[in-house]
Design a protein around this ligand. Structure first.
Ligand SMILES: N[C@@H](CCC(=O)N[C@@H](CS)C(=O)NCC(=O)O)C(=O)O
Length: 238
């Protein structure tokens, strides 16, 4: 990564292609990558190896003081937080179709609520339960499992009488929540008590099959689950 390309995207013809700094197995990066396939946005991809602490290089920290991936640079607009990147991409690039991030205020409010439920609750609790094991080999904490179960129960209730999590069609909220729930599933967490969540999960997987679900998301789920299993001393046979 050179400092010049941190500050500017690469010019392709008369267009500046948005740059995405990413790490393939990172869940928030996977959500952005799948969404970009859905709306045909091509990124100039710049891998940042967080495990090697590349995100702490001064030029990256200068661009994003929070030094996290995904980070996007769209012609000088520097954005991080995957859900903010996703809603921006739909608003900026998704031509006349507003179904992925509806323009109607009341409908959009529900999508925003689900996005924030994922950021602040479901993804946060999944992260809190599993990631200390992945990163430092810490033992699992039953109280954190209970908090994750509680959040899954809430999500199951939100899905009552719904095909998709917020509106009558798939939205950015389904994409980000899909990444979270599929990762929870890959960690062998018991989702059977959450019948609506399981049905919704299968619907989302099918809907995203042609947008790189296996290549982008499932492979990342499996990579993190493999690290988790080896830290737990479990077999890595899938
Ligand atoms: N809420 C953020 C989370 C971003 C995040 O935590 N990214 C991790 C990788 S999954 C990261 O960059 N960690 C390295 C660091 O924070 O220094 C999002 O959705 O984009």
């Amino acid at each position: 990564m050179d400092s010049d390309s941190v500050l500017k995207g690469t010019i392709k013809g008369d267009k500046v292609m948005p740059v995405l700094y990413f790490l393939p197995p990172s869940p928030p990066c996977r959500a952005v990558m799948m969404l970009s396939r859905m709306i045909n946005v091509n990124f100039e991809l710049k891998p940042i190896n967080v495990l090697e602490k590349e995100q702490l290089k001064p030029e990256f920290v200068e661009m994003n003081p929070q030094h996290c991936v995904p980070t996007m640079n769209d012609d000088g607009l520097i954005l991080w937080e995957s859900r903010a990147i996703m809603t921006y991409l739909v608003s900026e690039y998704s031509s006349d179709d507003d179904s992925l991030y509806p323009k109607d205020a009341r409908t959009r409010a529900l999508v925003d609520q689900r996005l924030q439920f994922d950021l602040g609750t479901l993804y946060a609790r999944m992260n809190d339960y599993f990631f200390p094991t992945i990163f430092i080999g810490a033992p699992l904490d039953e109280s954190k499992k209970a908090r994750l179960d509680e959040a899954l129960n809430w999500f199951d209730a939100m899905l009552k009488d719904r095909t998709w999590c917020a509106t009558n069609n798939i939205t950015v909220a389904d994409v980000t929540l899909l990444v979270t729930v599929s990762q929870i599933e890959a960690f062998d967490f018991d989702l059977k008590p959450y019948a609506r969540v399981m049905a919704w999960l299968n619907r989302c997987k099918a809907a995203l099959e042609s947008y790189g679900y296996e290549e982008i998301n499932q492979s990342g789920c499996d990579t993190l689950a493999g690290i988790y299993r080896s830290k737990m001393g479990l077999s890595n046979e899938l």
